[in-house]
Design a binder for this molecule. Sequence first.
Ligand code: DGL
Length: 269
Amino acid sequence: MIMSDSAIGIFDSGLGGLTAVKQLEKVLPNENIIYFGDTARVPYGSRSQQTIVRYAEQDASFLLSKGVKMIIAACGTVSSVAADLGNVLPVPFTGVVEPTAQAAVNATKNGVIGVIGTSATVSSKSYKKAILAKDKKFKVYQQECPLFVSLVENGFISEEDKIVQLIVERYLEKLKNIKIDTLILGCTHFPIIAKAIQNYLGDEVTLIDSGRETAIYAANMLKQKNLLNKSTEKGEAVYYVSDTVEDFRKTAQIFLGQNDIEDVYHITL
Ligand code: DGL
């Protein structure tokens, strides 16, 4: 039986899933969260489908071993390439593609939507297919941005950093010229450098944060299934990573705006 006072499990290849954690803590402050970042094997986005599926299954198994009541694959790559994972799990599951595609469709005014993601996500065309399944009238343009993941994992996240600005410009120039009015940040790492992306594209482009949209979607799922935690105490987040704890903690603290992330533990899968 799934218990409503169990934690919500969230996983990603690294820091990206924190974009979902940040939003979840806002919309469901009483929930406990168990996060797993597979930092020893990041990036996932340049690997084969077979490898990504295997990693995703191992990540989900780890969270299940902690007794979570739901699993969120807060990773665009896993959600695109290993979308069937939810069919074999004993708890509710969501990836990021559907909630994010829906938010982009709601936001666009001119119907021209850009999608950026890892190489695996862009090859899968997952967001494009999800948007066109809603209505064929949309124009969807994709761009892979694999170096964004390395920037974030290595702590290059400031919009003032010249390296960040240069790589943003190189990757997004074409989308800017096409005059998209909405951009899906289809990899959960990307919202961590959203300020640099927004500065380059200008305020007229709406950025859709896949981690944020998925957290809102997951909160609704839990509500519908009557699985929200009834406790009125503030929830706690515990983080597990497969590589060193220190680098993860440092960037997580900057991104989440907290100075005191104590509960970060190393595990080997
Ligand atoms: N955060 C991930 C995603 O949303 C994975 C990045 C990677 O590991 O390549 O795609």
